[in-house]
Design a protein around this ligand. Structure first.
Ligand SMILES: O=C(CO)COP(=O)(O)O
Length: 131
């Protein structure tokens, strides 16, 4: 599966902890991330992560394009709901595309835990059919 990993600055430690905890599962998949998130994940875990631009520089939109091309199966986007982001329109557009294309998205660590376990248990096989 193709998985997008994105975290706002205050959520990056959570994302790093999450990817450390689930390295064994994540390394079985193709990972994508916005720039800084991807850098921190790779440094902490050694996982191979394709890095797009940083979020404020267009990374969310690049991941949105993958979704629109049916090339993303799961999005884990740890959003910071308490800090204004300069690229808020891009963030909304990314979440909108997940809804347009029925792509599972977790926007907090609780949802992320559920989705990663669902992935491990084979609940994403329907994505192979859609593709
Ligand atoms: O801003 C982001 C998502 O909206 C994340 O971008 P970075 O991973 O480059 O910090």
């Amino acid at each position: 599966m193709n998985i997008a990993l994105i975290a706002h600055d205050k959520k990056k430690p959570e994302m790093v902890n999450f990817t450390v905890a689930y390295t064994t599962i994540l390394k079985q998949h193709k990972l994508y991330a916005t720039g800084t998130t991807g850098k921190q994940i790779t440094e902490a875990t050694g996982l191979e992560v394709f890095r797009f631009q940083s979020g404020p520089l267009g990374g969310d939109q690049q991941i949105g394009a993958k979704i629109a091309n049916n090339e993303m199966d799961l999005v884990i986007f740890l959003r910071d709901p308490l800090t204004a982001q300069p690229h808020e329109p891009d963030i909304i557009a990314l979440m909108r595309l997940c809804d347009v294309y029925q792509i599972p998205i977790a926007t907090n660590i609780g949802g992320a835990e559920i989705l990663i376990r669902a992935l491990e248990d084979g609940y994403f096989q329907w994505r192979e059919v859609v593709k």
